[in-house]
Design a binder for this molecule. Structure first.
Ligand code: FES
Length: 161
């Protein structure tokens, strides 16, 4: 899916978003759910989907874009098969964030915001994941990994082919 292509909402996604809208008095509140539905289909949210979601919700594309930009777990560019998010907030910073970041960057040969050449991983920073007493913490897709050490990184990544 190219970022510039006109976007046709999948019929199942349309139904899911309409279902989502019914849960809220204010359709604006359904926008994060709608974005997640589109992201689940493609792995990210193409530009063309933003006005389509806005139209369905009866709100402006700018409002939808604002929500998409605010939430760090909504991806506005294609990402790898797996997304690694390394917590860079203060508690993890104090328990070894920098070593974890460096180990992931070294093993994958990418920096933050980049995807490996084989399209397997995208690496992103993320703020506090709510497990500050178990840092350093990182997420791979929906899995949260606690008390990670730099030596664990290569073995951990092998679990995500
Ligand atoms: S600071 Fe990393 S989980 Fe809270």
């Amino acid at each position: 899916m190219n970022a510039q292509e006109p976007y046709a909402l999948h019929i199942d996604d349309r139904a899911s978003i309409e279902h989502e809208i019914r849960h809220y008095d204010d359709p604006r509140a359904a926008s994060i759910g709608a974005l997640k539905i589109v992201q689940k289909r493609h792995g990210w949210v193409p530009d063309g989907a933003i006005p389509v979601i806005g139209q369905l919700l009866g709100i402006s594309a700018a409002d939808v874009e604002g929500v998409a930009t605010f939430y760090s777990l909504i991806f506005r560019r294609p990402v790898g098969r797996h997304v690694i998010k390394v917590c860079d907030s203060v508690a993890c910073f104090l328990t070894g964030y920098e070593e974890i970041r460096d180990a992931v960057c070294r093993v994958l040969d990418v920096g933050f915001g980049e995807t490996t050449v084989d399209g397997r991983f995208t690496l992103l920073p993320i703020c506090c994941l709510g497990a500050c007493d178990r840092g350093p913490v990182l997420m791979i897709d929906d899995d949260t990994h606690f008390d990670v050490s730099p030596q664990d990184i290569a073995r951990l990544l092998e679990r995500y082919p």
